[in-house]
Design a protein around this ligand. Structure first.
Ligand code: 5GP
Ligand code: MN
Ligand code: MN
Ligand code: MN
Length: 220
């Protein structure tokens, strides 16, 4: 029998997914320490969808579950925000806020460049830059709904991620940047000190096609 190698045990196992769009019932999620959901919980943006999502979260074993909103998650926008957050009993909701877990600093934000007037839309440029200025420099794991410009963000050959977020990520240099939103680009890309993760489970035809992505974070 092979010896147990405690040296290789990760400090923290992160399990990342995004863009469930109310189709979570058939998704199987590997176990881990921290579950990260990077927005687009809803399809239509109804409170009932938030309730179904939270009930499903309740069946998962992860000891910590972090959730941000996306552009489909209207219940978390100004109107009805209290009700949505009250329904989310099985997760910690991060909206331009952070949490430290085992010495690892997480930060989450729902905002994205405006497109068709959805929830948490802001114009490209200074308004978004101001939001990203709030990301602390000691962030280890950054969670946003939008990709940064130029990384896992292509739609028909055009980059549509957030330019100001790309600048902020260069300042913060997190170990991981987890996002979704651009269904075309599910995958992982390491560039410099940062591993970028587009964790969208839906593909560009709105079919549930991908699996959650598991990341191991070694001792900080
Ligand atoms: P969702 O509606 O789930 O936020 O995004 C679904 C799809 O809409 C994406 O996979 C992408 O094809 C398209 N989309 C979302 N945001 C943008 C954007 O800012 N620009 C462009 N061109 N397409 C987008
Ligand atoms: Mn840093
Ligand atoms: Mn989506
Ligand atoms: Mn989206």
């Amino acid at each position: 029998m092979a010896p147990i190698d405690n040296q290789n045990k990760p400090a923290l196992r992160l399990v990342c997914l995004s863009d469930l769009h109310d189709a979570q019932q058939t998704v199987s999620v590997p176990d881990g320490d921290v579950l990260i959901v990077a927005g687009d919980i809803c399809l239509e943006g109804r409170l009932a969808e938030v309730k179904r999502f939270d009930d499903w979260l309740g069946t998962l074993p992860h000891r910590c579950k972090l959730v941000i909103a996306g552009n489909h998650d209207w219940p978390f926008e100004i109107v009805g925000k209290g009700a949505a957050i009250n329904l989310l009993k099985n997760a910690i909701y991060l909206e331009d806020a952070g949490i430290e877990i085992n010495g690892v600093n997480f930060w989450g934000s729902p905002w994205q460049p405006e497109f068709c007037d959805w929830a948490f839309n802001l114009p490209r440029g200074p308004r978004l830059a101001e939001i990203w200025d709030g990301i602390p420099s000691n962030t280890d794991v950054l969670i946003t709904h939008t990709p940064p410009y130029g990384i896992l963000d292509e739609v028909f050959g055009e980059h549509v991620g957030c330019e100001a977020l790309a600048v902020a990520v260069q300042r913060v240099r997190p170990k991981f940047h987890v996002f979704g939103h651009i269904h075309e680009c599910h995958g992982v890309l390491k560039q410099g000190e940062t591993t970028y993760v587009n964790a969208s489970l839906h593909d560009e035809r709105f079919c549930l096609r991908h699996q959650p992505i598991v990341l191991d974070l070694q001792d900080p």
